[in-house]
Design a protein around this ligand. Structure first.
Ligand SMILES: [Zn+2]
Length: 237
């Protein structure tokens, strides 16, 4: 597995998924941002594991769409609509176990489904409805400017909402949050305008490294506290 110098190879929606995690986190402040980012990224986190183990396939194909140089050849377990229902149900169970709140359970399920919705909007028709089932995808990735405008807009709005909704309780909660937002934005720019990944190994390595994002988000979120909670703050455990 070889990684070249510029290893900012993340070729799925990415920025939009981080935006979904940041935005949905307001549904239930009892759940750390790490859970929300983890749920919104979940199919891609699994995808990296399934690529690594060989159950799913991807090929580097420059020009596959205007935005991504990847051919998502086979990814029924991480990305079919049917499996999304399974992952969303498990996410809801995790949300309930951790926070004991209906909004946490429903919210994490919505975060998982938001991934499929954003992917279905962006991908060419390569997302299976169920394993070996029909493929769907609306193909926004054929239009680079529209993709960049949509994802950047969603991300900036979600980041602004999160930063306004929470306040750092110390230095780490400030700089670590800004570093996360900046790093995520940098990777997105690299993936839109940088060279294609040299090989499948680089995609897998980047995808596995993405498991650190939920950890990072949970780390700084614990060092921030919600401001002006309007509801659901009354029943702290
Ligand atoms: Zn995806």
């Amino acid at each position: 597995m070889r990684i070249s110098n510029s290893n900012l190879y993340y070729r799925d929606v990415f920025l939009g998924h981080h935006a979904a995690g940041l935005a949905l986190s307001r549904m239930e402040p009892k759940l750390s941002l790490g859970w929300w980012v983890g749920a919104a990224l979940w199919p891609d986190l699994l995808w990296a594991v399934f690529l690594y183990t060989g159950c799913e396939q991807v090929r580097v194909e420059p020009g596959a769409t205007a935005v991504t140089p990847l051919d998502f050849a086979r990814y029924p377990w991480s990305h079919s609509l049917l499996m999304m229902a399974v992952w969303a149900t498990l996410a809801a169970g995790a949300g309930w176990l951790v926070a004991r709140r209906k909004r946490a359970a429903v919210g994490l399920a919505v975060a998982v489904f938001s991934h499929w919705a954003l992917d279905a909007l962006s991908h060419r028709p390569d997302l299976p409805l169920w394993p070996r089932g029909p493929l769907v995808g609306l193909g926004l990735w054929n239009y680079r400017a529209a993709t960049v405008a949509l994802e950047a807009g969603l991300f900036l709005a979600a980041a602004a909402l999160y930063l306004r909704r929470t306040r750092a309780t110390g230095a780490v909660g400030g700089w670590a949050a800004w570093a996360y937002l900046g790093f995520v934005a940098l990777i997105a720019v690299g993936s839109w305008f940088g060279p294609p990944p040299p090989d499948r190994g680089a995609i897998v390595a980047t995808g596995l490294a993405a498991w650190l994002f939920p950890v990072w988000a949970g780390w700084f979120d614990e060092r921030r506290q919600p401001l002006a909670q309007t509801n659901s703050s009354s029943t702290g455990a």
